[in-house]
Every structure is written in structure tokens, then in C-alpha cells.
Ligand binder design. Structure first.
Ligand code: F6R
Length: 591
């Protein structure tokens, strides 16, 4: 149950367990978060030495007890949990139904249990292997058969799976955080590998049936990093952590006096990187907003044409690539299926792939050619905050790194490095405005729609501010490039439709002021995020949140923090589940 709770960020609409005790199987499932399952289990005594459990984020079929995992076959002897999606499940299900198999759920996963049953001839490993050859899609699975009492078969393709090597036990999970309490010794399974686990340990095979000797890795972080540590929510802990996490991302990676960035993870491809003439950054959601900041930085300071693509669109577009193109994939979890698919597509085309990933050992971290870790520790709350600011700081390191290989002067390199190093102090100052931001959230808590507006470097901050408010408070919010308002969206503005303006004193300040006046002229209320000392701004805005002055390219790191605090307090005021907003999952491991 403890391990399962640590995986709740992956999905939390229903959960279940199945434990094998001699001949009998104890299985229980419930709708809702893990605590609901816990309540249902109550005081029941569960004995067994093999078990599987799962927490679900619905893809096929509503959250219900029937659709919750583990799933079983007609005989009730085969039990399976599965992450990912079986794309050809309908066709397989039709065939199995014709053969008389009775299905109890609407899930794609249940097909696996029945297929194994259909092919089973006394050897679970063999039948699982056959089944895996028949399916298309992605999977991380764990399955047992009550006729093979102490055996668990696990395999993966496109979904993560890690084997924890304990002293007296072997524990498999889709993320190390679930097993960290029991062991730090882990083996990451690769796509197509399959493992047989029993009381003596485990054997791992590749897709050619050859037994593998895989390296055991030691996990570097510990459980304290995954605890709330006295804060009411992980989200506020992670927001308030940002002065330290920004430092953790840049520590040891700058040589300020030489205006250089030192990125060890890129060394093995340094020659190819020197020749890059075009960059495509692929990411989803909040990570994509950070990527958009990177686009401005890399073009302005490194002089490299850069574009940002939704990871889920990248594969479906005709890409015009050559050997001087690099694809940067940015992902907090390192497991986002869409982003991983983009990596695989770029690799297939022989393009250099660079990962910017927070989760060490994750699929994207392992699949990309080279990479830079964020090093901000586990981000538990579903809404991404500290990873976002870290992603921008890593992109600024990369901008220095690539820029200094090209035209960037020593002085510019030194200036960016110096400005990066003082960010933590500036973030601390912004965090002191938390009470003021809470009051502003209270004042606007009756609003049902918000616009977030910004230009140039802060256009992505506006997009990200809108994502944060939507996902945390369920209030409709849209982010726009401020200049876009007059081309249509301004029609929505009236006294009940407030706008958040990200308007620091930068190269587009005057333009922002004009756009604010356009909103004011239509009775729209304005909350401005402005530079300390800007007295002019209060003539145009109803409420002002100040941030310290910074180099224009780094202002997004500062300007985003008030929007995070605003969304957090709005969710608290509305009494919502801050760390686990409805309908979401922390790591979206399905396409
Ligand atoms: C929003 C949020 C998501 C993620 C997106 C990508 O707060 O967290 O939009 O940014 O799902 O996730 P990663 O970075 O894990 O690839």
C-alpha cells in the first residue's frame, strides 16, 4: 500500500491488489484514491508471498471497480496489472469472445489476461512471450498464475519498469519511488526485455531469449525528498523550494568568470553539437511553455534557429531534418509517452537527441543520445512548478554553452552567468509576497474566466500561468500573446473577466502598457506582475505584484512564481485537491 501510494501521481481514479496465498487469491479493488482501497481492505488479514497492485488513470472505460486492475482471465488463475495501451485490443477481444471468453471490464488490459489463458500450456513465461508478440501498443506488465505459485513475470515496452533488488525479496514497480523504502539497488528493464522473478531472485531475458547480466544501479535520492516535510501540500513545498532548486540545477555548471557553461552530459557529442544549425524542442504542457522561453533565448543569444513542437505532433508532421539538426526533448518525468515517442522518431531519422529530464534513469533520459538533468529532486505534486523554473534555467545554461561555441562574447556569457547566480535571492523576495497574492486570489475568487497576457519572453509565462490556474482551480483561463487580444479575444472582456498581465520593464514594456489600456477601456480588471520600482504601472492595473529586476531572458523564471502562488491559493480557497487535481496524472504514460 505504501508503494502504491507513492505511485498515485501516475493516476488515482481507482486501484486494486491481488495477492497469491498458496492456492487462493485475495483480490480487492475500489474506485477513488488509494485511501479508499485501504478502507475497503480494513482489518482483513492478507497473507501471501506474491502480489501485484495498481493505481489507474482511465484510458479505456470509466473509473469503476470492474475496470480497476488487477485483471483476471475466465478461470481466475491469471492476474495481471498493466500500464500503457494495447492498441489492437478490440480485434483481439472480438476473437477471444468468439472463442467463448467472457470479459468483465471495458479495459484493453483484460485482453492480456484472456490471451495468456488462451495460450497457456503449463508455462507462464512462454505464454506471456507469445502474447507480447501478438499485441501492438505499449506496456509495463506484471502477471502471475496460481498454478505456478512463486513466479511473477514482468516485461515492458514504452512504459517504465524497474526491478528492486532486496535482501529477501524482489520488488517491481513502474517508478523507483515506490520501492525506495525497501531497496536502493535497482535494475531498469529495457523495451522488449522480460524477467522471471521467483523466491530465488530473478532472470532477465532479451527478445531473442538470451539471458542477460544487467547492471544494478544505486538510486541517489532518498525518501525524505519525497515527503511533505511539514507543508500542507507538496505543491506549496515545491513552490517555496525554488530558490534552492534553481541553485541545484545550475550548481557546478557555470564558470562565471569565463562566461562559460560546463555541461558534462553533452561531452560525448560535443563535436556534433558544435555543428548544430537548427534546434527543435519537443515537449508537452508546462514543459512546452518552458521550451518556448528557450526558443527566444537560443535564437537571441546563441543565434541558432529554434522551434518548439508539441511532442504529440512531432511524429505526425513531415519533418525537414538534416545532420545539423538537434532535437531537444524536455520532460520532468522522463516518461511522457508523447515525448518518448518523439525521441524514438528523431533517433530513427538519425538526428541527435538531447534530453532535459528531471527523473534520473527514466526512459527519456536513457533513450536520448546526451542530456542534462534538472536535479530538482522528485516533483510530487501533479502541477509542475519547480521543474518549470529549472527547465528554463537549464535552457539558459544551454544557451551560454551553445552561444559561446558561436558568436556570444565573453562579456555576454559573464553577464548571463552572473544574473543566473543571483536568481535564488530574487525568488526569495517574490515568495515574501505570498500573503498579498493570497489576498488577490481571494478578491478574484468569484471570477469564472481569466486571461493571462504577456509578450516576447513572457508570452510563455502567460501560457503557463493559464495552465496552472486551470488545472489547480478548474477556472477557465487562457494565455495569449498580449498583442493577439485585439484580434478577437478582447470581445470577451468585461468587468467580470479579469486579466493577468506579465509586464516587467523589458524591451516590450511600452507595448504591454498599450494593451493594458485596451483592456481598461473595456472595463476589464487587471492584475499586473511588474518590476520593483515601477510606479507608472499602478495607473493601469487594479492590483500589482512586484518582482525584482532581472536580465530580460531570465524574467520568466521570476514572473512565473506569482502565477504559481495565485493558482495554488485559488485552489486552496476553493477547497480543491491541490496535489491531485481531478482527471489528471503526474506522468502521462499513454499517447
Ligand atoms: C502541468 C503539467 C503538465 C506536464 C506535461 C509534461 O502542470 O505538469 O503539463 O508539464 O504533462 O510532463 P513531463 O514534463 O513529465 O513530460
Amino acid at each position: 500500500m505504501d508503494g502504491l501510494k507513492r505511485l498515485e501521481y501516475r493516476g488515482y481514479d481507482s486501484s486494486g491488489i491481488a495477492i497469491l496465498d498458496g492456492n487462493s487469491i485475495f483480490s480487492i479493488k475500489e474506485v477513488g484514491k488509494i485511501v479508499e482501497l485501504e478502507k475497503k481492505i480494513g482489518e482483513k488479514e492478507i497473507i501471501g508471498n506474491i502480489g501485484i497492485a495498481h493505481t489507474r488513470w482511465a484510458t479505456h472505460g470509466v473509473p469503476s471497480v470492474e475496470n480497476a486492475h488487477p485483471h483476471t482471465d475466465c478461470s481466475g488463475k491469471i492476474w495481471i496489472v498493466h500500464n500503457g495501451i494495447i492498441e489492437n485490443y478490440q480485434q483481439l477481444k472480438n476473437n477471444l469472445q468468439k472463442k467463448g471468453h467472457i470479459f468483465k471490464s471495458e479495459t484493453d488490459t483484460e485482453v492480456l489476461a484472456h490471451l495468456i489463458e488462451d495460450l497457456y500450456d503449463g508455462d507462464l513465461m512462454m505464454s506471456v512471450k507469445k502474447v507480447l508478440k501478438m499485441i501492438t501498443g505499449t506496456y509495463g506488465i506484471a502477471v502471475f498464475h496460481s498454478d505456478e505459485k512463486d513466479k511473477l513475470i514482468v516485461s515492458k515496452k514504452g512504459s517504465p519498469l524497474v526491478i528492486g533488488v532486496g535482501e529477501m525479496e524482489t520488488i517491481v514497480a513502474s517508478d523507483v519511488s515506490a520501492i525506495l523504502r525497501y531497496t536502493k539497488q535497482v535494475i531498469y528493464l529495457e523495451d522488449g526485455e522480460i524477467a522471471e522473478i521467483d523466491k530465488n531472485g530473478f532472470k532477465i531475458f532479451n527478445s531473442n531469449d538470451e539471458q542477460l547480466e544487467k547492471e544494478i544501479s544505486e538510486v541517489e535520492w532518498d525518501l525524505n525528498q519525497a515527503e511533505k516535510g511539514g507543508y500542507p501540500h507538496f505543491l506549496i513545498k515545491e513552490i517555496l523550494q525554488q530558490p534552492e532548486t534553481i541553485m541545484d540545477s545550475i550548481r557546478g555548471r557555470l564558470i562565471p568568470e569565463e562566461g562559460l557553461a560546463k555541461l558534462g552530459g553533452l561531452f560525448s557529442e560535443v563535436e556534433r553539437i558544435k555543428n548544430i544549425e537548427r534546434i527543435i524542442i519537443v515537449a508537452c504542457g508546462t514543459a512546452r511553455c518552458a521550451a518556448l522561453v528557450g526558443e527566444y533565448m537560443l535564437e537571441e543569444y546563441a543565434g541558432i534557429p529554434t522551434e518548439v513542437d508539441y511532442a504529440h505532433e512531432f511524429r505526425y508532421k513531415k519533418q525537414i531534418l538534416n545532420d545539423k539538426t538537434a532535437v531537444i526533448v524536455m520532460s520532468q518525468s522522463g516518461e511522457t509517452a508523447d515525448s518518448l515517442a518523439a525521441v524514438m522518431e528523431a533517433k530513427r531519422k538519425g538526428i541527435l537527441t538531447i534530453g532535459i529530464v528531471n527523473t534520473v534513469g527514466s526512459s527519456i533520459a536513457r533513450e536520448t543520445d546526451v542530456g542534462i538533468y534538472n536535479h530538482v529532486g522528485p516533483e510530487i505534486s501533479v502541477a509542475s512548478t519547480k521543474a518549470f523554473t529549472s527547465q528554463i534555467s537549464i535552457l539558459s545554461l544551454l544557451t551560454i554553452f551553445l552561444g559561446r561555441q558561436r558568436d556570444m562574447s565573453l562579456v555576454t556569457g559573464q553577464r548571463i552567468a552572473k544574473e543566473l547566480l543571483v536568481l535564488p535571492e530574487k525568488i526569495k523576495k517574490i515568495l515574501e509576497s505570498e500573503d498579498q497574492i493570497r489576498e488577490i486570489a481571494q478578491k478574484y475568487s468569484g471570477a469564472t474566466s481569466f486571461a493571462f497576457l504577456g509578450r516576447k519572453y513572457n508570452h510563455p509565462v502567460a501560457l503557463e500561468g493559464a495552465i496552472k490556474l486551470k488545472e489547480l482551480s478548474y477556472i477557465h483561463a487562457e494565455g495569449f500573446a498580449a498583442g493577439e487580444m485585439k484580434h478577437g479575444p478582447i470581445a470577451m472582456i468585461d468587468e467580470n473577466f479579469p486579466s493577468f498581465f506579465i509586464t516587467p520593464q523589458d524591451s516590450v514594456y511600452e507595448k504591454n502598457i498599450s494593451n493594458m489600456q485596451e483592456i481598461k477601456a473595456r472595463a476589464g480588471k487587471i492584475i499586473a506582475i511588474a518590476t520593483e520600482g515601477d510606479k507608472e504601472i499602478s495607473k493601469h492595473a487594479d492590483d500589482v505584484i512586484y518582482i525584482p529586476k532581472a536580465l530580460e531572458m531570465l524574467t520568466p523564471i521570476l514572473a512565473t512564481i506569482p502565477t504559481q502562488l495565485f493558482a495554488y491559493h485559488m485552489a486552496v480557497i476553493k477547497g480543491l485537491d491541490v496535489d491531485k487535481p481531478r482527471n489528471l496524472a503526474k506522468s502521462v504514460t499513454v499517447e
